[in-house]
Design a protein. Structure first.
Length: 108
């Protein structure tokens, strides 16, 4: 059932059904204008509907920002490689050189 929240704080449907906080059904939702929060009826009581909020440490935010920036840069490099065959060749040569260096570091 599609519901909407009106500016008066009531929830209803396009078909005119409006839950009554005095005679609720389990799962009924009501906007309590006093504290300004949604309430859901659990079968016996109206319970505040609290949405979980994730919080990340500064380090996690920095790591995510770094990864996103790296991905953007990788996309730019890929676009250049697609446009210019010389760039694609250079990237391929760098990947080979990187593998050789890793093999040397691993003693192979």
């Amino acid at each position: 059932m599609t519901s909407y929240l009106s500016s008066s704080g009531t929830i209803g449907t396009p078909h005119g059904y409006h839950p009554n906080p005095g005679m609720p059904m389990v799962g009924s939702v009501w906007y309590d204008k006093g504290p300004g929060q949604l309430q859901v009826f659990d079968g016996s009581n109206w319970v505040p509907l609290i949405m979980p909020q994730a919080s990340l440490s500064w380090e996690a935010n920095e790591a995510i920002t770094h990864v996103l920036n790296s991905m953007r840069n990788q996309d730019k490099i890929s676009d250049l490689a697609n446009k210019y065959p010389l760039v694609a060749d250079a990237i391929e040569q760098l990947e080979v050189a990187l593998k050789l260096c890793q093999n040397l570091d691993n003693g192979q």
